[in-house]
Design a protein around this ligand. Structure first.
Ligand SMILES: N[C@@H](CCC(=O)N[C@@H](CS)C(=O)NCC(=O)O)C(=O)O
Length: 220
């Protein structure tokens, strides 16, 4: 078994689907969660200056979708059949495009929240509505592709988590569209026994990590 370390921040973001794939595949890994102020300490070790990174036996790899695909294969969560794999990739890339658009908005301008709202109003139907329709074409579910869980489901789950947790607070209830197929896929992931276990374990670790980060802040 290689020695695997996943480095990211202490939130789901670009790493949660990878963490879940490793957990579901029962692949042991070190789940390193940095405080943003620690980024400069490790910048030299980051191939492109961004997180997450995956270290496999000391060799560092970058880009969340590449890492997700790699761990998905190791965990048995990526189909062998090529067209099914293409569908899985399509789901993951759609969600990435949606997030990249959001992340490219300038956070330092006064209009940031209005810009996010405008982005959501235009892009949610395009990307998430488009994805919901595609999943309906792919099958009746609950899984995104085929009849078993894959990394596509983990990407959908994290996207739905994000939308529920924050993005939609900027919209009025009338502006929020319920995408049935995305929701049922995310729910199937949330009810997966290893995901339930993982969420309990993360909740238990959160207090200790909060304490470590607050001690770090106080010693600066
Ligand atoms: N293409 C990268 C992008 C990841 C990314 O944007 N990471 C952010 C954190 S969520 C980051 O490290 N930002 C630091 C920076 O770009 O300076 C991936 O998919 O892993």
């Amino acid at each position: 078994m290689p020695n695997i370390k996943l480095t990211y921040y202490d939130y789901p973001g670009h790493a949660e689907a990878i963490r879940l794939a490793l957990r579901i595949g029962e692949i042991p890994f070190e789940d390193i969660r940095l405080h943003p102020s620690e980024l400069p300490n490790i910048e030299d070790e980051l191939p492109y200056g961004s997180l997450p990174t995956l270290s496999v036996d000391g060799e560092v790899y970058s880009h969340s979708s590449s890492i997700l695909r790699f761990v998905g294969k190791q965990a048995g969560l990526y189909p062998n059949e090529e067209l099914a794999a293409l569908r899985v990739d399509e789901v993951i890339d759609t969600i990435l495009d949606f997030f990249h658009g959001l992340e490219s908005l300038d956070k330092d301008v006064e209009s940031y929240f209005d810009d996010v709202k405008k982005y959501l109003i235009n892009s949610v139907p395009r990307y998430l509505g488009g994805l919901d329709s595609r999943l309906k074409q792919f099958g009746d579910g609950p899984w995104a592709v085929g009849d078993s869980i894959s990394i596509a489901d983990l990407a959908v789950y994290v996207c739905v988590l994000y939308i529920k947790a924050g993005a939609f607070e900027l919209l009025t209830p009338e502006e929020v569209v319920e995408y049935e197929r995305l929701r049922s896929c995310a729910e199937a992931v949330r009810e997966h026994p290893r995901v339930i276990e993982w969420n309990e374990c993360v909740a238990n670790k959160a207090a200790a990590l909060k304490q470590r980060h607050s001690e770090m802040q106080n010693t600066r």
